[in-house]
Design a protein. Structure first.
Length: 394
């Protein structure tokens, strides 16, 4: 058995840990660019706490806002601003899109050129040859796990596709996870990001790159997410549920960074670049349908595949049973579908996606890097079936 497991240099987890960011940043440099998210950071004081902590440690800061999912021009602009101000540290404070933008900026500060040159699939796939500027990742949602991944997802409006700038040189020096930052998230955002976290635990577990360390994290994370997510949505002030979801998200990030993802995220790339579908919503809408299609395809074409045993192990966690058979696997998939319905995830049609878009989305999804790690190669008809079901919310 051989495998490789990559993590940031340091992970700091716990309520109140945000107040230590000044000391952390001061160990890396004297001027920080804060790539930040939206109004809630001001409304609940998170941005002011970061700025005050930096000031107390003698670290100057430049704030740069990111709206929505970052595209090539937004990342290049942020990197230009960071260079102009002589920033030697980058802090990402926000959801997954903000962290990805900050991660890319940190990479561009020490590697010349536009981010498009480094993107997979649609760019040149240029290697990130130099370690990025020190990057501190502070997530304010519990879903993407981007604080511990080595890729920055960036959209190209020209190509209508999202692709990754990927390198171990982009890993955060410190992932600082303070679950209290998620306490005030609205129910819909809690649901979509939480289901993204669940997806990023399930897909790596059945991935063809699965490994022992990610297996352990994935199974524990699935149990945490299934227990905590409904509580976090229904009672946002439930600190225990918020803590568990932040931990599940962190575990999902570690899993996807090392074991890869699958067809759900393969579809998320073209969907997010072509329609105003939040990443977590796209993943949530597709998850049960891709699970169902994978299980059916494996049974039909690869009945002895180890992936079927992995789905049975997942079912034992989802259903809280000691052992599961074929019928239990089907029941577990339906339980995931029930959770998506319970949390009121909208159908993809509500974002302007139509049946006419399916052939193009399937063709572009096949190019996504995540597709190569799906436990079985799905046919175009099977992929179309997944999309059609998510489109109409079945």
């Amino acid at each position: 058995m051989t495998f490789e497991f990559t993590t940031p240099t340091r992970i700091v987890f716990g309520r109140g840990s945000l107040d230590g960011i000044g000391a952390i940043a001061a160990s890396f440099g004297r001027c920080a660019m804060i790539v930040r998210g939206g109004e809630h950071l001001d409304r609940y004081g998170a941005f002011d706490r970061v700025r005050r902590s930096l000031s107390d440690r003698g670290v100057a800061c430049v704030a740069h806002g990111v709206r929505g999912e970052p595209d090539v021009s937004a990342v290049d602009e942020a990197a230009m601003v960071a260079r102009q101000y002589g920033c030697d540290v980058v802090i990402g404070l926000g959801g997954g899109s903000v962290l990805d933008a900050a991660k890319a900026v940190a990479g561009l500060l020490t590697n010349e050129g536009s981010v498009i040159e480094y993107l997979e699939v649609i760019g040149k796939g240029r290697a990130v040859s130099n370690p990025g500027a020190p990057f501190i990742a502070v997530p304010t949602t519990a879903g993407t796990g981007s604080e511990v991944t080595r890729n920055a997802v960036v959209a190209s409006r020209e190509h209508r596709f999202k692709a990754s700038m990927r390198s171990e040189h982009l890993l955060a020096r410190v992932a600082l996870v303070d679950p209290a930052l998620t306490d005030n998230l609205p129910p819909d955002l809690t649901a979509s990001t939480g289901l993204d976290a669940l997806t990023q635990l399930i897909e790596p577990y059945v991935s063809n790159r699965a490994e022992p360390i990610t297996d352990a994290l994935a199974l524990r994370g699935v149990a945490l997410a299934l227990r905590a997510l409904p509580r976090a949505v229904q009672a946002g002030s439930d600190a225990s549920a918020r803590d568990d979801m932040a931990l599940a998200s962190l575990m999902g990030g570690l899993c996807l960074a090392n074991a890869g993802l699958g067809a759900v995220h393969g579809f998320a790339a073209p969907l997010g670049a072509s329609f105003p579908v939040p990443h977590g919503t796209a993943c949530a809408a597709l998850l049960p349908h891709v699970m169902r299609a994978n299980v059916a395809a494996l049974r039909a074409r690869h009945p002895s595949s180890p992936a079927l045993h992995r789905y049975a192990e997942l079912a034992s966690v989802i259903l809280a049973r000691n052992a599961c058979d074929r019928a239990d696997v089907d029941q577990a998939v339906e339980q995931v579908a029930d959770l998506v319905r319970e949390l009121r995830v909208p159908a993809l049609s509500s974002f302007g996606v139509s049946d006419d878009d399916l052939p193009d989305l399937v063709a572009r999804a096949r190019r996504a890097s995540s597709m190569r790690y799906n436990p079985v190669e799905l046919t175009d008809d099977e992929l179309t079936g997944c999309m059609r079901a998510a489109l109409h919310g079945r």
